[in-house]
Design a protein around this ligand. Structure first.
Ligand code: BJW
Length: 234
C-alpha cells in the first residue's frame, strides 16, 4: 500500500472473542448479573474487594484455557515484518497478543497477569488468584494488592506514547471494539485530524463507525489475516 509507513492498531474484546473470551457488551457480557461498569471501578473495589477479586480471578484462570486466534497471529506477523513504525494498542487485559508473538504492544487498560500494590506502588507478575486479598510480596502490606487494571475514572496507561504514535500515523486501524469507552473511542478522531487513513474491522458497525474511511464487517479471525496479507504484499 503506497504512502503508508506508520501504523497504529487499536484492538478490543472482539479480537479475542474467537479465542473464547467473552466481550463486555454483548448478550453474554454480564458477569454474575453485574455490568462491567459496576465491577470495574475503584469504588466497587473499596465497596466489595472480594467480589472484584472474584471477577478478575475467574478471568485470569480462564486465560489458561484459551489460545491466540488467527487475528492475533496475523497482527504478530505484521509486527515482525512491517518495516515502518507500528504500535498495537490493546484495550484487552488478556495476554493473547503477546502469546501470538506481538512485541510492539501497549496494554492501555492494564493486564490480568499483573498485580499492583497501592501501599508500595510495586507492580509484579501475578498468575494465581487474589482470593480474599493477599499480602503484598514486596512490602508485606495486607489488603493493598489489586489487579493491575485500569478501571473507570482512572488514567489509561501509555497515553503519551499513544498520542505521539497517533500524531505520526499514516493509517489507524480499529479491530473488535464497540467504541463505548474513552479515550480509546476518540483515537479515530485524532487520526483523522492528522489525515491518517482510518479502517475499522468489526462484527457490526461500532458507535463511531461513521468516522472511519472504511468499515469491514465480519469476524476478526477472517478479516485481519486478509488485511495483513494485503498490506504486506504492498
Ligand atoms: C467482534 C467479534 C469478532 C465481537 N470479530 N469483532 C462521558 C463521556 C465520555 C467519557 C466519559 C464519560 N463518563 C466517563 C467517561 C470516561 C470513561 C468512559 O469512557 N466511560 C464510558 C462508559 C462513557 N473512561 C474512563 O474512565 C477511562 N479513563 C479516563 O477517561 O481517564 C481520564 C482521561 C484519560 C485520557 C485523557 C484524559 C483524561 C478508563 C476506562 C477504563 C475501561 N476499563 C474497562 C474494564 C477494565 C479492563 C477489564 O476488566 O477487562 O476496559 S471497561 C471495558 O470496556 C474494558 C474494555 O477494554 C473496554 C472496551 O470494551 P471493548 O473492547 O470495546 O468491548 P465491547 O464488548 O464493548 O465490544 C466488543 C466489540 O467486538 C463489539 O463491537 C462486537 O461487535 C465486536 N466483536 N466478536 C470482530 N469475532
Amino acid at each position: 500500500m503506497p504512502d503508508i509507513r506508520n501504523i497504529v492498531i487499536l484492538t478490543g474484546a472482539g479480537i479475542s472473542a474467537e479465542s473464547g473470551l467473552a466481550t463486555f457488551r454483548g448478550p453474554d457480557g454480564l458477569w454474575e448479573g453485574h455490568r462491567v461498569e459496576d465491577v470495574a471501578t475503584p469504588e466497587a473495589f473499596v465497596r466489595d474487594p472480594v467480589l472484584v477479586h472474584r471477577f478478575y480471578d475467574a478471568r485470569r484462570a480462564n486465560l489458561a484455557t484459551v489460545e491466540p486466534n488467527a487475528a492475533h497471529r496475523a497482527l504478530a506477523r505484521l509486527d515482525a515484518e512491517w518495516p515502518g513504525e507500528l504500535l498495537i494498542v490493546t484495550q484487552n487485559v488478556d495476554d493473547l497478543h503477546e502469546r501470538a508473538g506481538a512485541r510492539r504492544l501497549l496494554h492501555m487498560h492494564g493486564e490480568l497477569k499483573s498485580a499492583w500494590c497501592r501501599a508500595c506502588d510495586a507492580r509484579m507478575a501475578w498468575d494465581g488468584g487474589m482470593g480474599e486479598g493477599p499480602a503484598c510480596p514486596e512490602c508485606g502490606a495486607a489488603g493493598r494488592l489489586r489487579p493491575d487494571i485500569v478501571w473507570f475514572g482512572e488514567m489509561p496507561y501509555g497515553m503519551e506514547r499513544i498520542d505521539r504514535a497517533l500524531m505520526e500515523a499514516d493509517l489507524f486501524v480499529s479491530i473488535g471494539t464497540s467504541g463505548n469507552v474513552y479515550p480509546a473511542a476518540g483515537f479515530v478522531q485524532t487520526a483523522r485530524y492528522v489525515h491518517a487513513r482510518t479502517l475499522e474491522m468489526n462484527l457490526e458497525p461500532s458507535l463511531g463507525s461513521y468516522l472511519f474511511d472504511e468499515s469491514r464487517i465480519g469476524p476478526a479471525g477472517k478479516l485481519v489475516p486478509e488485511w495483513v496479507d494485503d498490506i504486506l504484499a504492498g
